[in-house]
Structure formats: C-alpha cells, structure tokens
Design a protein around this ligand. Structure first.
Ligand code: NCD
Length: 344
C-alpha cells in the first residue's frame, strides 16, 4: 500500500515500540515512543489513543476557573510560524502557558528569514538558545522534518505545506470520540479541497488507523490522482458521497495554494460542493458537521449549516485543540529525559 508521503515523495517514518529496561529487570513500555510529533502517518492506534486519553483530563482542567498547572515549569516553548495562523498558534500558546511553560512567539515579519537566512540557520540559532519544544508551521511539505533533524529539542509539526497537520487530526478525533465514544466503524466524509489539505492527509491516516471508513468527496481537479491507494473511497458527487455518513468534515478552498483554475467559479463550487441543508439530508440524521477553520461561509459551507449547533461541532473542535496540544506537550517533554528516543 502506498502512503501519502509516497504521494508527496517524502520518506515515511514509523516508530517501533520501545521498552525501557527497569532496575528490577522488567521493562516499562514508553507510552509514546517518539521524540517529535511530525505526522500521524506511522503512529500506531495505541499511540494515538495515549494522546487522546491524556487530552481528556485537560478538557476538564480547561473548564475550571484555575486552568494552570506547573508541569512545564522551567521549560521553553517556541512557536515558530512561517505562515499566518490565528487559531493554531493561539491554541499552542495557551496550551504551553496553561502547563506553566514559557512560550515565545516568533514574529516572522521581523525575523531574519526576511533578511535571507535559511530555514536551517534559523533552526540552529534557536537551538543554541536551548528551547525544549519547537512548534513549527511552514509552507513547504517536509520542512518541519528537515528542521527536526538539526535541533536537540522536541519538534511539533503545526502544519507543513500540503503534507500533515497532526494536532488538527488529533483534535478532530477527540471531538468525534467524545460524541460517539469510538471511531471504530464510523463512516466519515472529507469534502472539498483535498489536494491542498494537510488536514485531510492527517485525518485520513488517523481515521483509517482507528478503524473508521473514509470517503473523499471533491471535484476531480481537487483530489490527488492515486489517493484511493491509501484505502479511501472517492466520490465526485456530494449527494452520493454523503449517503448515510456519520461525520462530515468540510475543508476550506485553499486558493492561496492554487495556481490556475481548479474550479469554474466560487458560485458554481458552492452549488455542487458547498454543504447546504439539501445535501446534508443525505447523511445520517445525527451526522456531525466539522470544519478545521478558517471557514468561508457561502463557499464550502452554508452559513446556517455552520451555525446549526445541534449538529455542527466546529466550536467544540477549537476547544479540544487546546487540550490535545497540552497532551502532546506533556508527552513530548516527558520523552526529553529518555535518551533512547534521541534518534526518533
Ligand atoms: C488549517 C491549516 O492551516 O491547515 N487550519 C487550521 O490549522 N485550523 C486548514 C486551513 O487553513 O484551511
């Protein structure tokens, strides 16, 4: 079976379970045996479940008046964003601060990148300041992995080009799991601009790993040609693709990544691929509606459908995002003290 990294010509990365020898001769299984979180591809269902289970406690903590813990006291987290972001950057910042860490946001408009410094030079410079975790978003697929190979700290991929956005898939999974108890056996439709979506790629890996069935619905121009090999079904008609689905994930039309005409007009795109009540009627009556944001109302989703809070869980996704990122920071900083993970 081909992987999405093959489709992008990137090497895959899979981690074998790691056992730590204990003093009494037994071994203790490392719950999340990776130094970095670069993607969902290659993670086992157990590793995904560890991250989701740890997130649950943080959902409760974040609903309390006192949201702060001192778990990351003394730790330095740098948010390094080479692309604009509102919710993901804020979500990581809150996650780091609520765990008691020091969080620094790198403002790239004033950084040396604009003066011609390379990605690697930036990584080496930051590395010299001894951060514990670097959270990186970059417009090029594979750039975050490259950077992770040059630094001593843990790296979290906050979105690299059209490749992966692992914390988005984890927060989507947590949202679904809290509503439906399990992902196993659910029928999930991912709709819209699949071709340019790292959210779609990470979700495909996670959903298939956890035993869900995945349908992709998009015009032929917005879907990678060999994507069926990942084990998904492809539809070019919303009414057919949405038939009896449990979950609908809508994606933004990422026009900033498009060169040339991928669809005739926004109006025509909405007519055929925008989620409105007429198309929604094909799905199960209690189907959940999801969107990673930012949303383009009237382009990929009807404004009323987006605000139909009986079924739309878009705001819950944002809430789950902070909890998931706290869990990822917790697990990766625990691993900083495990030298056997150095090369993972
Ligand atoms: C997504 C992203 O940046 O990949 N947004 C997000 O992280 N919330 C999806 C998008 O930009 O459409």
């Amino acid at each position: 079976m081909r992987t999405s990294s093959d489709l992008l010509d990137l090497p895959g990365w899979a981690g074998a379970p790691i056992m730590r020898p204990m003093q009494d001769g037994t071994s203790d299984r490392v719950p999340f045996p990776h130094r970095h979180l670069l993607g969902i591809e290659g993670l086992s269902p157990d590793e995904i479940t560890v991250l989701l289970d740890r997130s649950e406690a943080y959902v409760e903590q974040n609903r309390q008046a006192d949201k702060k813990k001192s778990l990351l006291r003394g730790r330095t987290i740098i948010n390094l964003f080479f692309e604009n972001s509102t919710r993901t950057r804020t979500s990581f910042e809150l996650a780091g601060k609520r765990l008691g860490g020091d969080v620094i946001n790198m403002s790239l408009s004033t950084s040396s990148i604009k003066k011609g410094e390379t990605l690697i030079d930036t990584a080496m410079t930051l590395n010299a300041m001894h951060p514990d975790v670097l959270i990186v978003r970059h417009p090029n697929s594979g750039a975050v992995k490259l950077l992770s190979e040059k630094v001593n700290c843990a790296v979290i991929n906050a979105g690299d080009g059209i490749h992966e956005h692992p914390t988005q898939a984890l927060l989507d999974a947590l949202t679904i799991r809290r509503r439906r108890a399990t992902l196993q056996g659910l029928l999930v439709a991912i709709c819209g601009d699949i071709a340019h979506s790292r959210v779609a790629r990470s979700n495909i890996h996670l959903l298939l790993a956890m035993g869900a069935r995945v349908r992709l619905i998009a015009p032929a121009t917005l879907i990678p040609s060999s994507v069926e090999r990942l084990g998904v079904e492809v539809f070019h008609d919303m009414n057919a693709g949405l038939k009896d689905v449990d979950i609908i994930m809508m994606l933004r039309l990422q026009q900033e990544r498009m060169q040339g005409g991928f669809f005739p007009s926004v109006r025509e795109y909405f007519t055929f691929f925008g989620l409105d009540y007429a198309k929604l009627a094909n799905a199960k009556a209690d189907a959940l509606i999801m969107h990673p944001g930012p949303m383009n109302r009237g382009v990929e989703i009807d404004a009323e459908v987006a605000d139909d809070f009986g079924r739309s869980v878009i705001r819950e996704q944002v809430e789950m995002g902070v909890a998931v990122r706290m869990a990822c920071l917790e697990v990766l900083t625990e691993n900083l003290d495990r030298p056997e993970l150095r090369n993972l």
